[in-house]
Ligand binder design. Structure first.
Ligand SMILES: Nc1ncnc2c1ncn2[C@@H]1O[C@H](COP(=O)(O)OP(=O)(O)OP(=O)(O)O)[C@@H](O)[C@H]1O
Ligand SMILES: [Mg+2]
Length: 429
């Protein structure tokens, strides 16, 4: 049995998945009032595409999921509102992706989303008035029944899309899907399926991102019935938006920062509340230590949750009686944290030369984000002299970088959560 079940939870409260577009996602989303409001306004005001930027693991994808779910809920309560419904999958691009396959995949997921939600409504899980025009166009469409009969896959040979060599089935499916979208959403004001291209930084350079997005512009980004949101690392949207073909297509980015550290105990509490099965549950950590680790990890929620999960495993695996009183819990956590920081520090120490350490310390002093062109701030004469040390830090896992020679403004290098643990280890040594 999983440790969390033994401790009285229905599931792991520290799971690091993206918050889903559902009630669950909404109940776990903390803070974000401002970003949530701005994103909703942008979603409801086509045609320019909302964009989101932020550091790794701060909660970009979760914000989009919950905000688009809220739009959907608002529509179900009041069908006069635009019918925006979240696509069941978040999409990602990478430099190797076959764009044709990508496009098919999108339409497949969009159709599945419309079918799943329609069956959910028909199953009586949600109370709506199906006579309302938009719902009627969707739920009573002959295409819905065509897609649904035997599954969207069978009727169009779509189930085998991954190895589909027959271009006709693919394009036939896409045409039908587009037709259905046009039928359900005759104008952009009526709504759309909200689709996300997540983690744009996976495309490595702004140039590559620009190229792929330009290629997708007519086939996906500006088609009827799809409302795209682009998400990625800090600065990427600016780089992409520089394209003349995307000029005027993108909204300026909503910048998502870390959930304020004063509120991160709410993240802890809402997870405990959501996943505990009764009053009787056990957890070996106190909210203030959760918050402390959040600060050490420099506001990376994903990394925080992952580390807390490791701590819980560590407690469960200890042969001694787990800590019960608040004092004991604090002591155990401190012990675990000391070991974690120390081993991170020692492993980095065995790999890094003194000059790379200096770069690391300077990077910490400026909050961990910088770009190659900042070499003078690090007391180098050229990018070429600076770069090998950054590479050493990267090899040791203390920073991550994406290349973006085309855009000098972008802070393409960042200290990782492991780097922040090392910094804590260094401070304590
Ligand atoms: N506002 C929030 N309140 C509570 N938990 C959150 C919030 N935002 C994100 N999380 C949790 O933090 C973790 C990271 O969130 P998410 O995946 O959305 O971040 P991200 O910025 O998209 O990360 P990445 O850059 O890696 O794609 C997830 O476990 C998610 O459940
Ligand atoms: Mg994400």
């Amino acid at each position: 049995m999983s440790i969390y079940r033994e401790w009285g939870f229905s599931d792991n409260p520290f799971q690091t998945n993206v918050l889903p577009p559902s009630e669950l996602g909404r109940s776990l989303l903390v803070g974000r009032e401002n970003e949530w409001f701005r994103l909703r306004k942008k979603l409801e005001n086509p045609p320019r595409l909302p964009t989101i930027e932020g550091l790794n693991g701060v909660g970009k994808s979760s914000l989009v999921n919950v905000a688009s779910f809220d739009c959907y809920e608002a529509f179900l309560r009041d069908p006069e509102k635009p019918m925006l419904l979240p696509c069941r999958k978040l999409f990602q691009l990478n430099p190797q992706v076959d764009l044709e396959v990508f496009v098919s995949d999108v339409y497949h997921e969009v159709v599945q989303t419309l079918i799943e939600q329609a069956s959910y409504i028909e199953g009586g899980h949600i109370e709506v008035d199906p006579a309302k025009e938009k719902l009627d166009r969707w739920l009573n469409s002959p295409l819905y029944h065509t897609f649904n009969a035997g599954g969207a896959g069978a009727s169009f040979g779509y189930g085998t899309i991954a190895n589909l060599s027959d271009g006709f089935s693919r394009s036939g499916f896409i045409r039908a899907a587009r037709g259905w979208l046009e039928e359900i959403f005759p104008t952009p004001q009526e709504g759309a399926v909200v689709c996300v291209i997540d983690n744009l930084e996976l495309l490595q350079t702004s140039e590559k991102a620009r190229e792929q997005l330009e290629a997708l512009r007519d086939e996906l980004l500006s088609v009827h019935g799809l409302r795209w949101v682009l998400c990625g690392a800090l600065g990427i949207v600016l780089g992409v938006a520089a394209s003349p073909r995307l000029e005027g297509v993108l909204e300026p980015p909503i910048e998502v920062g870390g959930v304020e550290s004063e509120r991160v105990t709410e993240v802890f509490n809402s997870r405990i509340e959501t996943f505990r099965e009764s009053e009787h549950f056990y957890i070996p950590i106190m909210p203030n230590d959760f918050q402390r680790l959040y600060r050490i990890l420099f506001y990376n929620l994903r990394s925080l949750l992952g580390h807390i999960d490791s701590y819980c495993q560590w407690v469960a695996e200890a042969s001694e009686q787990p800590p019960i009183s608040e004092d004991e819990k604090a002591r155990w956590f401190e012990e675990w944290l000391r070991e974690a920081c120390q081993s991170a520090y020692e492993s980095a120490n065995s790999q890094l030369k003194p000059r790379a350490w200096e770069v690391f310390e300077d990077a910490i002093a400026i909050d961990g984000s910088f770009s190659p062109s900042d070499y003078e701030d690090f007391r180098f004469n050229s990018v070429a002299a600076f770069r090998p040390h950054v590479r050493d830090l990267e090899a040791a896992g203390l920073v991550v970088s994406t290349q973006d020679e085309g855009d000098k403004r972008r802070k393409t290098i960042q200290v990782t959560p492991k780097g922040w643990l090392v910094q804590e280890g260094m401070r304590r040594a």
